[in-house]
Design a protein around this ligand. Structure first.
Ligand code: AP5
Length: 226
């Protein structure tokens, strides 16, 4: 697999239900493809931590596992897509999540003479999703993510990277996980059809070791005639 073939695809969106591994894969692909990783979940959590107006509006919604209004998220992502570092490409994680957001993204990219190259739909059975989210632990200091079983930290409860105390995300409580999966089915899954009709959708099996999933994504986006 040659480097230039991978670089042919530079504007990616990682798609899928909560917990399928979008953030894990985007983090690896960011290094492998040398493209910025743009996570709307991370942007919102940063806004909440910093207490910005957007963060104050989003806090309760995010903690309940519902979607923040399209207008709020579109404003955040629109500003991000104007920055210099994304002009050569990007990896979106968690956006778009509604058909309205997908339409907004198309309009924004088209206005700059750009378009998405592929939407990678990562699929994982619901029972495994629930196990992944229930066991996830995150470091509030540096943002590193772990799993009590699949990716444990070296010292229990402590971040390998910075030593911070690991926490469970408020929206990883078991009742909220169930609600997030319902929100995904109702509001986000319809976006799949939007991209399928445009010929941009690529399905990837998200089960197995994270590095194997990365290999499947890289093979797909590097494939000739993609
Ligand atoms: P967001 O942060 O985007 O959450 P999400 O989509 O629910 O996704 P997650 O971060 O839970 O999971 P992931 O797929 O990234 O999996 P991960 O790699 O972490 O959004 C949070 C909230 O913000 C939303 O609910 C909403 O309120 C709001 N929001 C965000 N974007 C929005 C938008 N566009 N519009 C409106 N509202 C928006 O992996 C999960 C766990 O599994 C980890 O512990 C990991 O270690 C483990 N794992 C990963 N890969 C594997 C593997 N292959 N095998 C075993 N374990 C694995």
């Amino acid at each position: 697999m040659s480097g230039p073939a991978i670089k042919r695809v530079v504007r990616l969106a990682l798609f899928g239900a909560p917990g399928v591994g979008k953030g894990t894969q985007a983090g690896t692909l960011e290094e492998r493809l040398d493209l910025p990783h743009i996570s709307t979940g991370d942007m919102l959590r940063a806004a909440i931590r910093e207490g910005t107006a957007e963060g104050q509006q989003a806090r309760a919604i995010v903690e309940r596992g519902e979607l923040v209004p399209d207008a709020l998220i579109s404003a955040l992502i629109g500003a991000r897509l104007e920055r210099e570092d994304v002009q050569e490409g990007f990896i979106l994680d968690g956006f778009p999540r509604t058909v309205g957001q997908a339409e907004y993204l198309d309009r924004t990219l088209e206005a700059g003479g750009r378009s998405l190259d592929a939407v990678i739909n990562i699929t994982v059975p619901e029972t495994e999703i629930i196990e992944r989210l229930g066991g996830r632990r995150v470091c509030p200091s540096c943002g590193a993510s772990y799993h009590v079983r699949f990716h444990p930290s070296m010292v229990e409860g402590r971040c390998d990277a910075c030593g911070g105390r690991l926490e469970q995300r408020a929206d990883d409580a078991s009742d909220v996980i169930r609600g997030r999966l319902e929100v995904y089915a109702r509001q986000t899954a319809p976006v799949l059809e939007y991209y399928r009709r445009r010929g941009l959708l690529r399905d990837v099996d998200g089960v197995g070791r994270p590095e194997d999933v990365t290999g499947r994504i890289v093979a797909l986006i590097a494939a000739p005639g993609r």
